[in-house]
Design a binder for this molecule. Structure first.
Ligand code: ATP
Length: 211
């Protein structure tokens, strides 16, 4: 069964052209690359899947839930439970250690942080030795590895990453993408990476191409 399924999905920003998306069937624990030229709608599609935007037409189904039918409050609950996000730039609080940052973000969702899970994540990502450091003392490659931990902290079924490697050099890019694909595989998480970064193409079997 598909975890993410769309049919005839489209979105139109006020006054903008209609963005039409190909039908998608993305399975549990699969890794997908979302590519296309600048302006083709990669970020918009990620925002539709995460419920930040509602489709103008078409259907979007995640597991057994038709997102079109949800009310805004239900969408917020859906997003908090199901979606982890990784962005081009990491977002952490400078005054807190990385460990405290992760506990803080875990608790933002209203649940008590699972410290054992946080520690397991840090070990699995090979960043436990950096957990006492503050964000300003870390490199962009190290911060992006913590962004993976942040995205996984509430145990989502789906991770959406928007241009996660565009500020990384070749070594960090390779390390990051292998790490996020590997950890999503081992945690049973479905991964969609939107990018125009040609370095990522060879890492994915499944590709969505937007025009
Ligand atoms: N908030 C907005 N209001 C109006 N138009 C928007 C808005 N955000 C994006 N667009 C337009 O919608 C289209 C798709 O944008 P989107 O950011 O999804 O593309 P993208 O493929 O992610 O591009 P890039 O690779 O440059 O990030 C573009 O034409 C863009 O100008």
């Amino acid at each position: 069964m598909a975890l993410i399924k769309t049919e005839a999905l489209s979105y139109q920003y006020p006054g903008g052209k209609i963005l039409n998306f190909p039908a998608l069937q993305i399975g549990i624990n699969e890794s997908w690359l979302l590519t296309g030229n600048s302006g083709s709608g990669k970020t918009t599609l990620l925002h539709l899947i995460s419920g930040i935007l509602m489709p103008s037409s078409g259907t979007l189904q995640i597991a057994n839930t038709l997102l079109n039918n949800l009310r805004p409050a239900e969408i917020d609950v859906y997003r908090a439970k199901n979606i982890g996000m990784v962005f081009q730039k990491s977002y952490f609080i400078d005054a807190l250690s990385m460990h405290k940052n992760l506990l803080y973000f875990a608790e933002l969702s209203g649940k008590k942080a699972d410290i054992e899970f946080v520690n397991k994540l840090l070990n699995d990502l090979g960043i436990a030795n950096l957990a006492r450091k503050k964000p300003t003392t870390l490199s962009s490659g190290e911060l992006q590895r913590f962004s993976i931990a942040r995205a996984l902290i509430n145990k989502p079924g789906i991770i959406l990453a928007d241009e996660p490697t565009s500020s990384l050099d070749d070594d960090n890019c390779k390390r990051f993408i292998e790490l996020i694909i590997g950890i999503c595989k081992s945690y049973g998480v479905t991964l969609v990476v939107a990018t125009h970064d040609a370095r990522l193409k060879k890492e994915f079997v499944n590709t969505i191409q937007l025009n």
